[in-house]
Design a protein around this ligand. Structure first.
Ligand SMILES: [Zn+2]
Length: 89
């Protein structure tokens, strides 16, 4: 889990910059057992300043349940994976 995807309950201010967090529906790239699943319309909170995201424990459990489930796939997309190339000497 990255720093932007930590579980928080009743969050009112950002851990990193201390600014206000507001309720928002978000799209999440969820990694589950080596698979990437994109989940839309996820309720959470986002910092108005640094855009850090917060989800509560219940939402996180629900994301895992949705990721595990093989049904209700809205659509499938192609994803390109690239590598950051080091500057050539
Ligand atoms: Zn912040």
């Amino acid at each position: 889990m990255s720093k932007i995807e930590r579980m928080r309950k009743q969050k009112e201010s950002c851990d990193f910059c201390g600014n206000e967090v507001v309720k928002k529906r978000m799209t999440i790239d969820f990694h589950y057992k080596g698979k990437l699943i994109i989940i839309e319309n996820v309720p959470g909170k986002v910092c108005v300043e640094c855009k850090d995201r917060y989800y509560d424990a219940h939402t996180w459990e629900e994301l895992e349940r949705i990721a595990r489930s093989r049904t209700n796939v809205k659509r499938e997309i192609k994803v390109s994976v690239k590598e950051y190339e080091l500057e050539r000497i």
